[in-house]
Design a protein. Structure first.
Length: 447
C-alpha cells in the first residue's frame, strides 16, 4: 500500500505514523528535494538548504515535528520551526523566504489521535505524485550524513505568524469595518492568527473553538461540526460565521439566519466579484466533479467558464497552474486564490468573503442567492470492486438516468481511491427525485 495518500502521509499517531517513520521520511525528503540546479548552486556557495516546519496543536505534533526536524537537520538542512500555524501559512512562508521546501504536521479535519505529514516543494506547492513516489523509494536508500559544521541547525522562526498575518491583510482591498463575525477555529492551527487578523481587518469578532489543548482539535467544532457556529451567529445577532478545520485550509460559512454556506456558494460569490473587478483570469473558475450543478448554472449565467478536475485540491491547483487561473476550489471549502496562496487558505477565503459583504453592504444570504443549490444525494456502495463503476451495465444505467434527468439534474459515479467502494451521486430539482435515481443506481452497482 502506498505511503502517500491524497494529501500527504496520514494515519494514527504512534500507530502506523511513528517517530521513526517521520524521521526516515524527512531524511528521504532531504535527499529528493535537495537535488536540482538551485540546491546545487547553494551548496557550491557554501550554503545549507533551508526548510520551514509547522504543525497544528495536536499533542502528537510535538514528537512528530521533533522527528521531522531531526531527520532534516541530520541531513544537513537548516530548519526554521514556525510552531503552530495553519497549513497555508506554512506554504506561504516557504515561498516568502525562498526556502527549499517545507513540512506541515497535521491531519487536517481528522480527530485528534490521527496526524499527518504534508510536504511542500520550493514556492510552497504540493508535490506531484511522481515526486512523492521518489521520496517513498528514497526511504530505503542511502541517506545524507554530513558531519561537523555541515550538520543542519534548528531555529525558531520568530516572526512567522506576523509575516502571514501581514500577508493576509495586504491581500484585502476593502476593510471589514461594521461587520460582526463569529469565528470557529476548530481548536486548531488558526486559533491564534485568525481572530487576530479579522480584528485587525476591522471586524468585530466573537470566537468559539479557539482553546486547543492538544486533544480537542475538531471535537464538536470547526467546518465538520457547524451546529455550534450557527447557534452562536443567531444568538449574538452576528452578520456571518466563518468555520475553519484543524489546519485552516478550509473555510465554510453561516449566514445571519444560521444557514450553512458551502465551498461552492463561496466560490460563486468570489468568482462573480472577481469577474466584476477584472481579477478572474480568462473568466474561468476551476472546480472538481463534485461541485453542485447549481454552481455550473450560476457561472454560466454570469459568463464564467467552469473547468472541472478530479476530486482533491491538488488537482484543482494543477489545472489552475496550467491555465494560469486565479480561482478554484472544492465544495468542502478548499478555496484557492492563486494570487495570494498556493493552497486552500481558510483564513484568506473568509476574509475575502467578508470583504465582499462589507464592500457591497449586502448580507451573505443575499450574496449567495446568485446560486441555486440543487439537492444532492450521495450513496456509498461498499463491498464492490472499484472497477464496477465502469462495467457496461452500470455505464448504461448511468447514461439512461442522465438522459432522463436532462438539464434538470446530474449523475456521477466515482470509485473510491482507497477501499472497495463506488460512490453514487445524483443531483436533481427535488431531493425525492435525486434519492430515487441514486437508490436505483446503487442497486444496479450492487448487482
Amino acid at each position: 500500500m502506498a505511503l502517500f495518500g491524497t494529501d500527504g502521509v496520514r494515519g494514527l499517531a504512534n500507530g502506523p505514523l511513528t517517530a521513526d517513520l517521520a524521521l526516515t521520511l524527512a531524511q528521504a525528503t532531504a535527499v529528493v528535494l535537495g537535488q536540482g540546479r538551485i540546491a546545487d548552486a547553494r551548496r557550491a556557495a557554501g550554503k545549507r538548504l533551508t526548510a520551514v516546519v509547522a504543525r497544528d496543536p495536536r499533542i502528537s505534533g510535538n514528537f512528530l515535528s521533533s522527528a521531522v526536524e531531526a531527520g532534516l537537520a541530520s541531513s544537513g538542512v537548516d530548519v526554521l520551526d514556525a510552531g503552530i500555524l495553519p497549513t497555508p501559512a506554512a506554504a506561504f512562508l516557504i515561498a516568502d523566504i525562498d526556502a527549499d521546501f517545507g513540512v506541515m504536521i497535521s491531519a487536517s479535519h481528522n480527530p485528534a489521535p490521527d496526524n499527518g505529514i504534508k510536504i511542500f516543494a520550493r514556492g510552497g506547492v504540493k508535490l506531484p505524485d511522481h515526486v512523492e513516489k521518489r521520496i517513498e523509494e528514497a526511504m530505503t536508500g542511502e541517506k545524507l550524513r554530513p558531519t561537523g559544521a555541515d550538520v543542519g541547525r534548528v531555529e525558531r522562526f520568530s516572526d512567522a505568524e506576523d509575516r502571514y498575518a501581514i500577508h493576509l491583510l495586504a491581500s484585502l482591498t476593502h476593510r471589514l469595518d461594521g461587520l460582526h463575525v463569529v469565528l470557529d477555529c476548530a481548536h486548531g492551527a488558526a486559533s491564534g492568527v485568525s481572530p487576530e487578523t479579522f480584528r485587525n481587518a476591522g471586524a468585530r469578532v466573537t470566537v468559539i473553538g479557539a482553546d486547543p489543548d492538544g486533544i480537542n482539535i475538531n471535537d464538536g467544532y470547526g467546518s465538520t461540526h457547524l451546529e455550534r457556529l450557527a447557534a452562536e451567529v443567531v444568538r449574538t445577532g452576528a452578520d456571518v460565521g466563518i468555520a475553519h478545520d484543524g489546519d485552516a485550509d478550509r473555510c465554510l460559512a453561516v449566514d445571519a439566519a444560521g444557514n450553512i454556506v458551502d465551498g461552492d456558494q463561496i466560490m460563486a460569490v468570489l468568482a462573480v466579484a472577481m469577474k466584476r473587478d477584472g481579477r478572474l483570469k480568462d473568466d474561468t473558475l476551476v472546480t472538481t466533479v463534485m461541485s453542485n450543478l447549481g454552481l455550473h448554472r450560476a457561472m454560466e449565467a454570469h459568463g464564467i467558464h467552469v473547468e472541472t478536475t478530479a476530486v482533491g485540491d491538488r488537482y484543482v491547483l494543477e489545472r489552475m497552474t496550467a491555465g494560469g487561473y486565479s480561482l478554484g476550489g472544492e465544495q468542502s471549502g478548499h478555496v484557492i486564490m492563486s494570487r495570494f496562496a498556493t493552497t486552500g487558505d481558510g483564513v484568506l477565503t473568509g476574509l475575502h468573503l467578508c470583504a465582499e459583504m462589507a464592500r457591497t453592504g449586502r448580507s451573505l444570504a443575499d450574496l449567495v442567492s446568485v446560486m441555486t443549490v440543487f439537492p444532492q444525494v450521495l450513496i456509498n456502495v461498499r463491498g464492490v470492486p472499484r472497477s464496477r463503476a465502469t462495467d457496461d451495465d452500470v455505464v448504461e444505467a448511468v447514461e439512461a438516468a442522465s438522459a432522463a434527468l436532462g438539464a434538470a439534474g446530474r449523475v456521477l459515479l466515482r470509485p473510491s481511491g482507497t477501499e472497495p467502494m463506488v460512490r453514487v451521486m445524483v443531483e436533481a430539482v427535488t431531493t425525492d427525485d435525486a434519492r430515487r435515481v441514486a437508490e436505483r443506481l446503487a442497486e444496479i452497482v450492487r448487482g
